[in-house]
Design a protein around this ligand. Structure first.
Ligand code: VGL
Ligand code: ZN
Length: 205
């Protein structure tokens, strides 16, 4: 059984969003076409309270891009994004959300960020995604979405670590690239840790 995980296909990561990822919108139509080829469709949703500790605006004199210590972990500060119930946190309007079987929200605890769809960044709390996939008999997990160098990467690494055959659909991901090569390095790291890097044309003829 194969699952497709759509990582954070939300307005704030697409064109005009608060944490806009270049080319983010190009992924939506690929995701729409791919969904029919899988047994189970999962979406993750970055879902922060307005006072979340990853927002630069919630710290004195801090700007996006700076790194602080948040509860003992290194934390990159971001612009305010994906605030619960806001337009920015909604899925991109042309995403065919009726095909999504289950949504896993993350980043809800103000004291800790959560890039992976499986665990928070301190790996203390599980979202329940791993157990959910196992209960559904899923062995193969395919991942696409935003952003390659953060949420996609950590979701893929955790999927592999949880024992799933893990595939990254590379042409259906885009990165933040604070440093020019971040996405390239993220893909290399996933590959080195056993994630298979594939292209959507494997499914779409
Ligand atoms: C993400 C930064 C902050 C992501 C989420 O979806 O990759 N990046 N929150
Ligand atoms: Zn976030």
């Amino acid at each position: 059984m194969k699952a497709l995980i759509l990582v954070d296909l939300q307005n704030d990561f697409c064109e005009g969003g608060a944490l806009e990822v270049k080319g983010g919108d190009e992924i939506i139509s690929i995701a729409n076409k791919l969904m029919d080829h899988f047994d189970l469709i999962i979406a993750t949703q970055d879902w922060h309270p307005a006072n979340h500790g990853s927002f630069a605006a919630n710290h004195y004199w801090r700007k996006p891009g700076q790194v602080i210590e948040l509860n003992g972990l290194q934390q990159i500060l971001w612009p305010i994004h994906c605030v619960q119930e806001s337009f920015g946190a909604e899925f991109r309007p042309h995403l065919l959300t009726e095909k999504i079987d289950e949504i896993f929200q993350k980043g809800t605890d103000i004291k800790i960020d959560s890039y992976s769809g499986f665990f928070d960044n301190g790996r203390k709390k599980s979202t329940g995604l791993s157990e959910f996939l196992k209960k559904k008999g899923i062995k193969d997990v395919y991942i696409l979405g935003l952003a390659t160098d953060y949420c996609v990467k950590f979701t893929a690494l955790d999927a592999k670590e949880q024992g799933f055959n893990t595939y990254l659909i590379e042409d259906a991901t885009r990165g933040v690239n604070i440093n020019e090569n971040d996405s390239k390095e993220a893909i290399l790291e996933m590959k080195n840790k056993g994630v298979s890097i594939i292209h959507s044309k494997l499914f779409l003829k």
